[in-house]
Design a protein around this ligand. Structure first.
Ligand SMILES: Cc1cc2nc3c(=O)[nH]c(=O)nc-3n(C[C@H](O)[C@H](O)[C@H](O)COP(=O)(O)O)c2cc1C
Length: 212
């Protein structure tokens, strides 16, 4: 009877040990799988962080944007962009002006008389991220082409620095700067440059403290 009891106790102990071992093993597996989940979470977080940083690095705070009908301002914009970097974007009208200097004179005058806002192709993404905006245009009838007014009214310029530059057949830039300032009163509109020679660009930017 005692032997039988002893046998039964031994069996129970062995069973209990087996059960505990199985339970411990399961526990360990559980911990491991939880650990690998944590590791996966960490990897995902690291990847997301990296992606956000990469996106942040791609979005520049500098924009060089210009309108050019016959190419003079475009050439200046490209030169200026070499100094300041950032994004370079052309303002293109939905309805193109007739080709050539003379052909554009009357339509441009008409737009000015009507205080028109010629439509611009497309929109600029991430405009909010730009802090300094270099704005280039030809002088048309003494000031900015009306499409520049459309541009200035299309985005929120408050708190931004606007740096105008222009080309012309001789007229100065002063009137256009005044007009830009009244379009975007909440922006810091710097003294612009009428570019007669590309060699003027670098000293002007240095003088404004915009490049070193
Ligand atoms: C419609 C029109 C109006 C212009 N008005 C003036 C002007 O008032 N004063 C001036 O000096 N040049 C004037 N110009 C000459 C342009 O400002 C000059 O050719 C400029 O460099 C053209 O730049 P773009 O090649 O980038 O279009 C005018 C040209 C056009 C087509």
């Amino acid at each position: 009877m005692i032997k039988c009891f002893e046998k039964a106790t031994k069996k129970t102990i062995i069973l209990a040990i087996l059960c505990i071992s199985v339970l411990l093993l399961l526990g360990a597996c559980g911990e491991n799988s939880g650990g690998s989940e944590d590791a996966t979470d960490e990897t995902t977080a690291a990847t997301e962080e990296q992606t956000t940083t990469e996106v942040a690095a791609q979005v520049s705070d500098t924009l060089v944007v210009y309108f050019s009908h016959t190419g003079n301002t475009k050439a200046v914009a490209e030169k200026l962009h070499e100094f300041v970097g950032g994004d370079l974007i052309e303002i293109e009208p939905v309805n193109a002006y007739p080709e050539g200097y003379d052909a554009a004179l009357d339509p441009a005058k008409q737009e000015q008389r009507e205080n028109a806002r010629p439509e611009i192709k497309g929109t600029i993404e991430h405009f909010d991220s730009y802090e300094t905006i270099y704005l280039g245009y030809p002088i048309w009838w003494g000031t900015t082409p009306m499409i520049i007014n459309t541009f200035l009214e299309s985005y929120d310029f408050s708190g931004k620095t606007v740096v105008p530059f222009a080309t012309s057949g001789g007229t100065g830039i002063a009137q256009s700067i005044e007009d830009i300032r009244s379009e975007v009163p909440d922006a810091d509109v710097r003294d612009g440059l009428l570019v007669r020679d590309n060699d003027e660009i670098e000293p002007w930017l240095k003088n404004l403290g915009l490049i070193e």
